[in-house]
Design a protein around this ligand. Structure first.
Ligand SMILES: [Fe+2]
Ligand SMILES: [Fe+2]
Length: 144
C-alpha cells in the first residue's frame, strides 16, 4: 500500500500525465481535421496512422492516470489546431517536437519503470511523427 500512496502524493507526476492526456486528446482531434485536408490518400493514410499512435498514447496515459488517482481522466482540447492545411502541418511539427522534450522530461523524473518506459516509447513515436510532418512540409504535397 505504501507503493500506491507514494504515487498518490506525487502531484507533479499526476499533473504531467493530465497535461499529456490533454495533449494527446488535442492531437487526436487535430489530426482528424488535418487528414480531411490532406492532398492525397497516401498523406491522409499516414496522418491517420499517426493519429492511431496518439489514440494508443491517450489510452496508455489514461490507464496510468486511473491507476495513480483512482479516477477517470476528463480530457479536453487544450491546443486548437489551424484550419488550413500548411498551417496545420507547421503546428503539428512544432507540437510533436515540443512533446518529444516534454515526454523525455517526464520519463527522467518518473521512478516507476513502467511509466518511465511508456513515456520514453511515446517520445520516440512523437519524434517519428515530427519527421513525417517535416517531410509533408518540405515535399509540398508529400508522397504521391
Ligand atoms: Fe502522442
Ligand atoms: Fe505525435
Amino acid at each position: 500500500m505504501y507503493y500506491t500512496n507514494y504515487y498518490r502524493t506525487d502531484t507533479g507526476l499526476v499533473s504531467d500525465i493530465e497535461r499529456a492526456i490533454n495533449g494527446e486528446y488535442s492531437a487526436i482531434t487535430c489530426y482528424e481535421q488535418l487528414a480531411g485536408l490532406a492532398p492525397n490518400d497516401q498523406v491522409r493514410n499516414k496522418i491517420l496512422e499517426i493519429r492511431n499512435d496518439e489514440i494508443r498514447h491517450f489510452q496508455t496515459f489514461s490507464q496510468i492516470y486511473t491507476s495513480l488517482t483512482g479516477r477517470q481522466p476528463t480530457p479536453h482540447v487544450t491546443e486548437k489546431c489551424p484550419s488550413e492545411y500548411t498551417a496545420g502541418l507547421h503546428f503539428a511539427f512544432n507540437d510533436e517536437q515540443e512533446t518529444v522534450d516534454f515526454y523525455l522530461d517526464v520519463a527522467d523524473k518518473a521512478t516507476d519503470p513502467y511509466i518511465k518506459d511508456r513515456f520514453k516509447r511515446a517520445s520516440a513515436d512523437e519524434q517519428n511523427h515530427a519527421v513525417w510532418f517535416l517531410y509533408f512540409i518540405t515535399s509540398g504535397h508529400g508522397p504521391r
